[in-house]
Design a protein around this ligand. Structure first.
Ligand SMILES: C[S@@+](CC[C@H](N)C(=O)[O-])C[C@H]1O[C@@H](n2cnc3c(N)ncnc32)[C@H](O)[C@@H]1O
Length: 201
């Protein structure tokens, strides 16, 4: 028996993120979430976006926690987590559930840069034209942090794992571009975060 994982950050950011996803995913059918973490976002967004299905994914170590959130929620449009390790090929969804959007939050500053590159290679390989990609988290602009607290957070991340760190938006946009993504909007979010919305060409 495990305790249900809880992220205060997810509680704080879920409504501002939902406000944007409601518009971006208005015509979306099947979302794949990369790095679902606790599973809180999946349950909340699926509850509030009842027209779509939400596929959770993460490293296997996080599946028990995500399943616990699903066990205790009445939502019927969230799929149990798949193993999606960015070091490996992405799992293939069943033909009737072709993913037409990808969502990921607070992952690109945790995973190593080679894995960020693989994330975008996965997008290039697995997403069809017109699919949307939403990426939430902190970024640097022109080499500068957007706040003093983000600079401290970056130091803390690197102290914990020197492969982690807040990414330069310019480098992310180059990778996105090479994956066939066009930036539609860079939303400024509370707590010095951004929500990047892309469309696949
Ligand atoms: C800071 S957590 C973010 C979780 C959640 N999305 C949120 O906003 O709270 C980073 C996530 O990246 C996932 N992650 C780390 N390495 C990964 C990998 N190689 N492939 C896929 N996900 C990975 C972790 O398991 C974790 O769920």
């Amino acid at each position: 028996m495990i305790d249900k994982p809880f992220s205060q950050a997810c509680e704080n950011n879920k409504r501002p993120i939902l406000d944007i996803l409601t518009r971006v995913f208005a015509h979306t059918q099947h979302v794949l979430e990369v790095g679902s973490g606790s599973g809180q976002h999946a349950v909340f967004f699926a509850q509030n976006l009842a027209h779509l299905t939400w596929q959770t994914s993460d490293l296997a170590i996080n599946h028990a926690g995500i399943n616990k959130w699903l066990d205790e929620s009445p939502v019927t449009n969230v799929h149990r987590p798949m193993v999606l390790d960015l070091n490996e090929n992405w799992p293939t969804p069943p033909p009737h559930r072709q993913v037409d959007a990808v969502y990921t939050a607070n992952t690109l500053h945790i995973i190593s840069w080679p894995l960020v590159v693989k994330f975008f290679k996965g997008i290039a390989k697995n997403l069809a034209t017109k699919a949307n990609v939403c990426i939430y988290g902190p970024f640097k602009y022109h080499g500068e942090f957007t706040s003093v607290s983000n600079a401290s957070f970056d130091q803390w991340l690197k102290g914990r794992d020197h492969h982690s760190g807040i990414r330069d938006i310019e480098a992310i946009l180059l990778l996105a571009n090479s994956a066939g993504l066009s930036l539609i909007h860079d939303h400024v979010m509370p707590a010095n975060n951004q929500l990047l919305v892309f469309s696949k060409n």
